[in-house]
Design a protein around this ligand. Structure first.
Ligand code: SME
Length: 150
């Protein structure tokens, strides 16, 4: 993974930002385009005062899972655990919400603002076992940058 190239481009996208929506969309599009095993890239954020996540911008196939209750699926679990969740094989997860038969693995990294878990970046992959430490470091960087600008 060309991690420095990817990080520098994320910073550039944020510096060129005109709106929150277009910037989050550009980040999704960029990551999906640059990393061949990223097949769906999206941001979920806490939905107001509700104990649920709401889908914001994404790149990839449309999903019916636009609202996810806290605790449900990989995303909902990260909303309560505040921890990265790396799933190398979705078949091994009981508490998993499928977004299509092609998805084999998933990674979800929380976004913190003022020590509060406000949302997350979610990546689905059609490849099994694709993620390394570099994915976690890159996506933690993306989440920190997003937190600073939103
Ligand atoms: N698979 C996720 C649901 C969201 S989709 O991946 C877009 C989960 O288990 O929470």
């Amino acid at each position: 993974m060309k991690i420095d190239f990817l990080k520098n481009n994320i910073v550039e996208i944020i510096n060129k930002s005109d709106s929150k929506e277009s910037t989050l969309q550009a980040i999704c599009d960029f990551l999906k385009q640059e990393i061949d095993y990223y097949d769906w890239v999206g941001f979920y954020f806490k939905n107001g005062n509700k104990e649920e996540l709401k889908l914001a911008q994404y790149s990839g196939e449309e999903t019916e899972h636009t609202i996810i209750p806290f605790g449900k699926g990989i995303c909902g679990q990260v909303a309560v655990s505040n921890k990265n969740f790396v799933v190398q094989d979705v078949k091994e997860q009981d508490n998993y919400i499928s977004c299509g038969w092609k998805v084999k693995s998933e990674i979800v990294i929380p976004i913190f603002k003022n020590d509060e878990n406000i949302g997350q970046i979610d990546i689905d992959s059609h490849t099994a076992n694709p993620f390394t430490e570099n994915d976690e470091r890159l996506l933690e960087f993306v989440c920190q940058e997003v937190s600073d600008f939103i």
